[in-house]
Design a binder for this molecule. Structure first.
Ligand code: NDP
Ligand code: OXD
Length: 309
């Protein structure tokens, strides 16, 4: 029984190769190659055309090709009984940490500022910030966020996390729930957003919550573009309340060429590359979930469709 891949990723060859290497007995095909849709029980998906899975009468489970599942959850045509699983991968979590560290160190050591001065041949000293002097706050202290917080803490940063629930004991300061959000934001100089996009988190970074951050704070968004109210971010940057923003994710991707973020002097843009899943690293868990699906066993890394993550 084949695995079908339905995705907007242009080159699927590395995925097909990695899945076949993990289990040579399984056929891996793309949506256009499927001859008999009733033979498919397990799919792998990323940014697919919504409604497409109604064509697969025996489909039981869909695995996201990444950690996020909003692109699947938002498919209102997806039958209720189809289970959704996602990727959790230490390599991916660590890639996210390395991106975060790079962006934070750019901010602390003013690298973009000095690069611009180099372009203009300006020799001008400016005082930098120290790791020990900034408080990092991360919204969405889950699988990836906890890894980032622990590594940043080990590097000497003062860190705190915010989640929906109290959860298990963690080695860093943790806030949770809407009741503790303001206190969390009041104590954050660099805010990292790594929330899943759900009905509750949509637009969570707006004028009123950004005002809870101290003057001259900085935002790093690697969650989803829908977390930020774009115009209100620009307003907070222009008013000087926020000193800058590093954005890796956007409401519309690719970011439209006429979007005001592109030319804003306080915005640093990357094209959704905080991490790119490594097919070789994640193929074994996908194959495991394929077998569990076929055998009607409980799946790994399941998503609660009601909760949205
Ligand atoms: P997890 O599900 O492991 O963690 C999600 C965290 O968010 C949990 O701590 C959860 O709280 C918290 N959360 C959810 N809803 C709320 C809420 N309403 N209020 C407060 N906290 C909330 O996900 P991952 O760590 O694996 O991934 C998180 C997201 O990161 C993905 O959904 C994706 O959007 C983004 N991502 C972006 C990438 C990029 O390249 N830019 C790459 C990978 C992921 P609790 O612990 O209480 O459940
Ligand atoms: C993911 C992502 O969710 O790349 O994995 O954003």
């Amino acid at each position: 029984m084949p695995i079908v891949i339905v995705s907007d990723i242009k080159n699927l060859e590395p995925w097909i190769k990695a899945l076949k290497k993990a289990d040579p007995a399984i056929d891996v095909i793309t949506h256009n190659e499927v001859k008999d849709k009733s033979a498919i029980e397990f799919a792998l998906a990323w940014n697919y055309p919504h409604g497409i899975f109604s064509e697969y009468p025996r489909l039981k489970a869909i695995s996201s090709m990444g950690a996020g599942v909003d692109h699947i959850i938002n498919d209102k045509f997806l039958p209720e009984h189809i289970r959704i699983v996602r990727i959790t991968d230490p390599l991916l979590s660590n890639d996210m940490f390395e991106y975060t560290l790079a962006v934070i160190m750019n901010r602390l050591r003013l690298l973009t500022y000095f690069q611009e001065n180099q372009r203009l041949r300006i020799w001008k000293k400016r005082m930098y910030m120290r790791i020990s002097g900034v408080r990092i706050g991360l919204m969405g202290a889950g699988t990836i966020g906890s890894h980032i917080l622990s590594k940043l803490q080990n590097s000497g940063f003062k860190v705190s996390g915010w989640a929906r629930t109290r959860g298990n004991k963690v080695p860093y300061k943790k806030y949770y729930g809407s009741g503790q959000m303001e206190k969390f934001l009041n104590n954050t100089d660099i805010l990292i957003c790594l929330l899943p996009l759900t009905a509750e988190t949509y637009g969570i970074l707006n004028k009123s919550t950004m005002k809870m951050l101290p003057e001259k704070s900085w935002i790093i968004n690697m969650g989803r573009g829908g977390h930020i109210v774009d115009e209100e971010l620009i307003e907070m940057l222009d008013s000087g309340h926020l000193d800058g923003a590093s954005l890796d994710v956007f409401r519309e991707e690719p970011l439209p060429v006429d979007h005001p973020f592109w030319s804003h002097p306080k915005i640093f843009i990357t094209p959704h590359i905080a991490s790119l899943p490594d097919p070789g690293s994640v193929a074994p868990q996908i194959i495991e979930n394929y077998h569990r699906t076929i055998e009607n066993r409980p799946l790994l890394n399941t998503v609660d469709r009601q909760r949205g993550y």
